[in-house]
Design a protein around this ligand. Structure first.
Ligand code: GLU
Length: 499
């Protein structure tokens, strides 16, 4: 094929896009971008019974979030507008009429009841299912009757009576069907809307699509599409059917494997760049080693030759790992910005919003290493923001010492915190080590106690850096609070006000 590559993503707005849908979009986009071609979005909204409210917006925002931009389609327009099939009905109706006139299609008046009965009978007699061509052979008199009854016909495509149809699939190679096993399918419904097959074929032609890359489940539609192209006298595009996405149990990925809608991953704190990298590897690879590839690398190296036939397993652990890799690769400023944006969109229960961006930025270096998702950031940083900590007296106990002794040790810590001219990690470490030695306490014991006092928990990022970030005021207030919790005294503590 000579001209530029033109590919499309043609979702039906029946719900929020799941990972499989957007993997199709991504592969088309990568193919277009890697070949300097165009990527088109077309909304296939002809099945009026399955339209879901908000689905188009969900699809477009999923694409935008992943950074999959389109050259033609909704919102951006283009030379082949409109890009909603429901606004292109005349094109389909006119083509259906042409096919009828050429004897390649015919009107069918069979009622749903008759078709149901026909199917039942076929099942009883173990015949292959499919339309029995009753209306192909309708007599003029019968036709007249049907018309008089006011029945609205559908239009059926007349499949060739014999011969083979072969799809030369870019990914699967040649796949052949015998035409007589494919029945005369509906191309135009009685409400004047086309079926998927007719609209899809005509639009791919009018929109000058060169390659149809879509999910494997559409492979069985492709002989019908080829027959339609032939009957319409149009040259078909190339086809490539992408491998299925499987859950860990190797069955087709579905809701019972967990989140499937792409926007759920956004909400769970996954980064779009990690998801793009991860989805690119669902059925494609650069080699058998390379895992981390940013968008530019993917565009540079993507090729259909390396798309496989076998189903690709969706491994959530791998996505989580990859997300962590992308999080760790970010600058502190970048990550703080992402966390803030995430909290704006999905406000956590804790820390209370809005937070001080500068304070968050100082916390990030302590949390970044362990974050797997943006969602984790709330839990890992919450203690930094609390205005009051709650202590369990047991958690504050120094091993082998009573509450009074523990409180006395904390008093000494407090005077260091209050008196230190420079309040930073090194200085605190020095002073607290010295204090430990003086009190005859091991580092583990004293630091463990201070950790609980200033963070409220036993696990935290490195203690002295944490104290530095918390700052003198917060440390002071928290240690006082801990002493109070130990002694039950209320004197001396300052009222807890926001730092
Ligand atoms: N509208 C179909 C879908 O929802 C498009 C299939 C195709 O790409 O031909 O996936």
């Amino acid at each position: 094929m000579n001209g530029p590559v033109r590919v499309r993503y043609a979702p039906s707005p029946t719900g929020l896009p799941h990972v499989g849908n957007l993997r199709t979009a991504l592969f088309n986009w990568l193919f277009a971008r890697s070949r300097g071609g165009q990527f088109i979005v077309r909304i296939e909204d002809t099945d009026r019974t399955r339209l879901a409210q908000g689905a188009v917006e969900g699809i477009l925002s999923g694409l935008r979030w992943l950074g999959i931009d389109w050259d033609e389609g909704p919102e951006v327009g283009g030379p082949h507008a409109p890009y909603f099939q429901s606004e292109r009905l005349e094109i389909y109706q006119e083509a259906a009429q042409r096919l009828v006139e050429a004897g390649r299609a015919y009107r069918c008046y069979c009622s749903p009841e008759r078709l149901r009965e026909m199917r039942r009978q076929q099942a009883r007699e173990k015949l292959s299912p499919g339309y029995d061509r009753r209306c192909l052979n309708i007599t003029p008199k019968e036709l007249e009757e049907r018309r008089r009854e006011g029945r609205e016909p559908v239009v059926r495509f007349r499949m060739p009576d014999s011969g083979e149809i072969t799809v030369d699939d870019i990914i699967r190679g040649e796949v052949t069907w015998r035409s007589e096993l494919l029945d005369d399918f509906v191309i135009l419904k009685s409400d004047g809307f086309p079926t998927y097959h007719l609209a899809n074929v005509l639009d791919d032609h009018h929109m000058e699509i060169t390659h149809v890359l879509r999910a494997e489940e559409w492979l069985s539609s492709s002989p019908r599409h080829l027959a339609l192209y032939d009957a319409l006298g149009l040259a078909p595009p190339r086809f490539g059917h992408l491998p299925m996405i499987l859950g860990p149990d190797r069955s087709k990925l579905s809701k019972r494997h967990g989140a499937t809608s792409t926007l759920e991953y956004k909400e769970m704190g996954y980064l779009p760049e990690a998801l793009v990298n991860f989805m690119a590897l669902l059925g494609w690879s650069l080699d058998d080693r390379t895992e981390i590839m940013n968008r530019d690398m993917l565009v540079e190296s993507f090729s259909l030759e390396r798309v496989v036939k076998a189903g690709a397993v969706f491994n959530l652990d791998k996505l989580e790992w990859m997300n962590g890799v992308y999080i760790r690769a970010m600058s502190h400023e970048e990550l703080a910005g992402r966390v803030l944006a995430y909290w704006r969109e999905y406000p956590p229960a804790e820390p209370p919003q809005p937070v001080d961006p500068a304070y968050l930025l100082s916390i990030i270096p302590l949390a970044q290493e362990r974050l797997k998702t943006l969602e984790d950031a709330a839990e890992r940083s919450a203690f930094f923001f609390r205005s009051e900590l709650e202590y369990e007296p047991k958690g504050l106990a120094l091993k082998g010492a009573d509450a009074a002794t523990t409180a006395a040790a904390l008093e000494r810590v407090l005077s260091i915190v209050e008196g230190r001219p420079v309040f930073n990690a090194e200085a605190l470490e020095q002073d607290l080590r010295r204090l430990g030695a003086e009190l005859g306490l091991s580092g583990r014991q004293l630091f463990g106690l201070v950790r609980v006092a200033v963070t409220g928990g036993k696990v935290s990022p490195p203690l002295f850096q944490t104290m530095e970030v918390l700052g003198r005021e917060r440390c002071r207030r928290r240690i006082r609070g801990a002493i109070q919790a130990l002694t039950g005294a209320s004197g001396g503590a300052e009222p807890a006000s926001a730092p």
